[in-house]
Design a protein around this ligand. Structure first.
Ligand code: PLP
Length: 450
């Protein structure tokens, strides 16, 4: 029994009090302790969770698709919605994975806990291939291996004070926003936005690359190639952000989860290709979309030694030290076979095979982009990105419903990524080519009535 559990009668009172309320007001009543007959000795939740805006985008999509399937049994549904990969792991990766599992089966080669921040056999090739070979001065010690960029982009905010000014693009990968809400850095959610955050509008007018903030900002999240818009950032534009961050002592949290889709040689692949970025940027990368690791889980975060933040007495602290401490305390590393599998990506054959994966999805993206543009839609992305951002000319969810109803094709409503996403949908190239082609035929057949 929990020491502070309410007696039976009081619990019944709470249940009675909760009856007739909406789940949200019940939650608030239960947590504020201020409502009638609610006891103050109950276990209380982190009330910031109650601020989170209702249903998660993809669960609402799944609900609507399930309702459609229930009312149209036998109808074929093609999913160009969720951004999960469909191709299997490349052979070189599988072979390294299998060999490492075999090592775990023999006493002489078995491995227990690995190094907290990742094995050198992985951190070395990352530094060499992803950074130094491109003129970016990053050392293996500045690379921290993890089990995903979702957790890294979610957890990084733990290193910082609560009263910082945080800038987040709109539309955006929802993790950056939600984790700052959970941590209590925002006010309530009203009219599509949380109080206290600085939203950076990404629109047709600025080519979906946010303008520099007009007010003071401490942390700014950027993601290129972008999810959901598929937009990329040019070298000069990124240099302007780095320059801004250095001048104003801001830190850029740069999510490059989709870097492997960049084909235009003029585009920067890493923020560290920009001089000065070592002192003002943390970069997140993942093997998920690069090498098909969404179900295998491996990623890394780069925190250069020059990145600093300050305590209230004005003393500087190394963010690499803080992040290493955080990861060493809360994560016991990534499994040995998974890191061996990730390291195989950096062999010549691994590089060739993984490029084959992104080439495949980029070919799908081209089909989608050209077909939809040909049907008269304004489209962005899809050339250095697996996502195509489509202007719908109507409310995102309304377009989603019509497309599902008339063509049986599932896309992702842009409004789920932020207010500026309303009137758009995200179409994903992560699917089999024949499915993509069929989906485009179906859309073409009903385009006039969308
Ligand atoms: N960052 C962005 C922008 C993403 O879209 C995703 C996944 O969809 C992630 C990070 C998460 O990657 P991971 O699978 O490594 O957690």
């Amino acid at each position: 029994m929990y020491p502070n559990a309410p007696p039976e009668a009081s619990r019944r009172d709470v249940t009675r009090a909760a009856r007739g309320r909406s789940p949200r007001s019940t939650l608030l009543a239960l947590t504020t302790g201020g409502a009638d007959d609610i006891h103050s000795d109950m276990i209380r939740i982190n009330e910031n969770y109650a601020k989170l805006s209702s249903s998660y985008l993809f669960s609402e999509v799944a609900k609507r698709v399930a309702a459609f399937q229930a009312s149209h049994p036998g109808a074929q549904v093609i999913r160009l919605g969720i951004g999960d990969v469909t191709l299997p792991l490349p052979p070189t990766v599988v072979s390294a994975f299998r060999d490492a599992v075999q090592e775990m089966a023999a006493e002489s080669t078995f491995r227990g806990y690995g190094p907290d921040l990742g094995y050198d056999f992985l951190r070395g090739p990352i530094a060499e291939t992803d950074y130094r070979a491109r003129g970016a001065d990053i050392s293996p010690e500045e690379i921290v291996v993890s089990d995903g960029s979702k957790c890294d982009t979610a957890n990084i905010q733990e290193l910082f004070a609560h009263d910082l000014h945080i800038a987040i693009p709109d539309p955006v990968y929802p993790v950056y926003v939600d984790t700052n809400v959970m941590a209590g850095r925002t006010g309530p959610y009203r009219d599509g936005r949380y109080g206290g955050l600085i939203y950076l509008d990404c629109t047709e007018d600025n080519g979906y690359v946010p303008d520099l903030p007009k007010s003071r900002v401490d942390l700014v999240y950027l993601c290129f190639p972008n999810n959901p818009t598929g937009a990329t950032i040019g070298r000069d534009q990124l240099a302007a952000w780095v320059d801004y961050a250095r001048r104003s002592k801001a830190l850029i949290l740069y999510d490059a989860a989709y870097v492997s889709f960049i084909r235009d040689p003029s585009l920067p692949q890493s923020i560290y290709e920009i001089p000065g970025a070592r002192e003002c940027a943390i970069e997140f990368r993942s093997f998920s979309k690069t090498a098909g690791f969404t179900g295998t889980r491996c990623a890394f975060t780069v925190v250069p030694r020059d990145c600093k933040a300050w305590d209230s007495s004005g003393a500087a602290h190394s963010l690499l030290d803080l992040w290493s401490r955080r990861q060493a305390t809360k994560l016991n590393g990534v499994s040995y076979p998974v890191q061996r599998a990730a390291a195989a990506v950096y062999t010549p054959q691994g590089q060739k095979e993984t490029k084959g994966l992104s080439d495949y999805y980029l070919a799908n993206a081209k089909i989608i982009r050209e077909k939809l543009a040909g049907l008269g839609f304004a489209v962005t992305g899809g050339d250095n990105s697996p996502y195509i951002w489509v202007k719908t000319g109507r409310d995102s969810w309304e377009f989603f419903d019509r497309l599902l109803e008339k063509a049986g094709v599932v896309v992702t409503p842009g409004s789920g990524f932020g207010m500026c996403g309303d009137g758009y949908v995200r179409v994903s190239a992560f699917n089999r080519k024949d499915n993509v082609e069929r989906a485009m035929e179906k859309i073409a057949a009903v385009a006039g009535s969308l």
